[in-house]
Design a protein around this ligand. Structure first.
Ligand code: AMP
Ligand code: FES
Ligand code: ZN
Length: 303
């Protein structure tokens, strides 16, 4: 039996699978993420959320291919790639692979050093760019990520703590495709971390359990702990925090996000991606990271 306190319910295995798929279907329909004829590229990290999402989309009959990005974070990347490949093989599904060190000449530890930014920030920037590029190159209608309710509630909490009005205006489960950006969707926003782990266990999906070693001390982990403490006392609080934000507060912030973005976009002179400057943030990060060279890369702990 799987107990879900926030729904005041308990499910057996088959009913839990039905519940999980229904939650994904509801999110897709409610936010008009994509339609049955669309080609979806699922960004898979080898973790429970993205592999579970890919599995659910295939079972719901969507045309969903996978995209795995090798970040060059030592053994963690080797192992996460193996889980993604094993899942793709088990479902006879197509997995596109991009390897940051082999294809772009740098890894995340070096990128972080070169950009003088936290690893997750250099990593997020690289991921956003490469997900978009892969989707454009492959003619996909949308990129789907495995961000779940806990992820979105933690980001929201961080944005509210600082009243980041610009980010609050953009924090949506669907970002429309426009001006060189492919549509981005988060079909797991109605499911939490525990539910996704249970889903994978019931379905027999093997996934990487370890968190990224570079994410240690990441601010969002603290926000998740704080929200879990609230959830423990008031089951359902986390889901309400996020869903009520979407229905009541998000529309108020949206005009601010649009205004801040109205600076005008142009094509990056290196790669053609939309950017506000001459060279996009990805190309300038890659250039600086490659320039650090192999010696500095080894010193940064990269493989
Ligand atoms: P994270 O930023 O690690 O919390 O991951 C959020 C989502 O980004 C995951 O659910 C995946 O959809 C996607 N993702 C993260 N890492 C990778 C990766 N190495 N390759 C492809 N997709 C990834
Ligand atoms: Fe990006 Fe860890 S997965 S820094
Ligand atoms: Zn560029």
């Amino acid at each position: 039996m799987i107990e879900l306190r926030r729904h005041n319910a308990a499910f057996c295995g088959p009913c839990f699978l039905h519940y999980t798929r229904q939650q994904v279907r509801k999110a897709i329909d409610e936010f008009e993420m994509f339609s049955p004829g669309d080609r979806v590229l699922v960004a898979v990290s080898g973790g429970k959320d993205s592999l579970g999402l890919w599995d659910i989309l295939l079972d719901l009959g969507y045309q969903a291919d996978g995209l795995y990005l090798g970040l060059g974070i030592g053994e963690y990347s080797d192992s996460s790639g193996s889980y993604a490949r094993a899942f793709a093989a088990s479902r006879d599904a197509r997995l596109i692979e991009i390897d940051l060190p082999a294809d772009y000449g740098y890894d995340i530890p070096t990128g972080s050093l070169a950009a003088r930014r936290a690893p997750c920030s250099a990593c997020g920037l690289s991921k956003r760019h490469l997900f978009n590029k892969a989707a454009l190159d492959g003619g996909y209608d949308a990129v789907a990520t495995g961000h779940n309710l806990d992820d979105e509630a933690a980001v929201l909490f961080g944005n509210v703590l600082r009243w980041n009005t610009d980010y609050l205006g953009r924090q949506l489960p669907v970002l429309p495709g426009e001006q060189g950006f492919v549509r981005k969707v988060k079909p797991l926003v109605r499911l939490d971390e525990r539910e996704m782990a249970a889903y994978c266990v019931v379905r027999g999906i093997d996934y990487i359990v370890e968190e990224c070693p570079m994410a240690e001390g990441n601010r969002h982990l603290g926000y998740k702990e704080a929200l879990n403490a609230v959830e423990e006392r008031s089951p359902g609080a986390k889901a309400a925090f996020y869903s009520e934000f979407l229905s009541k507060a998000s529309p108020l912030f949206r005009p601010l996000a649009v205004a801040s973005r109205d600076g005008g976009l142009q094509a990056c002179i290196r790669c053609g991606s939309p950017t506000t400057g001459e060279v996009c943030a990805f190309c300038s990060l890659a250039e600086r990271a490659v320039a650090l060279g192999p010696t500095r890369r080894a010193a940064a702990g990269g493989s």
